[in-house]
Write a protein that binds this ligand. Structure first.
Ligand code: HEC
Length: 117
């Protein structure tokens, strides 16, 4: 019994010490990303029509800043000259639930630090 308690205590310590990024929900964000057809123009590490996700993450640096863009609180910074393409998508993203927007951010940031091919 005492042993079990120690194991449980160790386990909970482990989970509480996980960094936030590991506890994020990138899988839900990935599904949403596909459902909204963002994949048509965005690839994790290649530029297709739109910039690669890792390029976007590098430009933003923190999840909070990217969330601000998705909420419509900040202007585009990656390729502002081509921002027109994103206009209708941004409207869609703005209409999402808060946790859905956050899951998109988590998905994007799962490519943070991805190496250039
Ligand atoms: C028709 C092609 C297309 C689709 C579909 C598309 N994008 Fe984009 N996206 C672009 C282009 C082009 C840019 C570069 C212009 C810009 O930076 O605003 C861009 C830029 C971005 C940026 C960077 C904005 C910045 O700061 O410059 C984010 C974030 C982004 N897209 C997310 C999404 C998400 C999420 C979806 C799905 C809801 C999506 N995109 C769908 C073409 C597309």
């Amino acid at each position: 019994m005492k042993y079990l308690f120690i194991v449980l205590a160790a386990l909970s310590l482990f989970f509480f010490s996980l960094p936030l990024s590991v506890m994020a929900q990138p899988a839900a964000g990935e599904k949403l990303f596909q459902k909204l057809r963002c994949t048509k123009c965005h690839h994790p590490d290649k530029k297709i029509n739109g910039p690669a996700l890792k390029t976007i993450v590098r430009a933003y640096g923190t999840p909070e800043k990217l969330l601000g863009y998705f909420k419509g609180e900040s202007d585009p910074i990656v390729e502002p000259g081509r921002a027109k393409t994103m206009k209708i998508r941004r409207k869609k993203i703005k209409k999402l639930q808060e946790d859905e927007r956050q899951s998109l951010v988590d998905y994007f940031f799962s490519f943070q630090g991805a190496k250039d091919e």
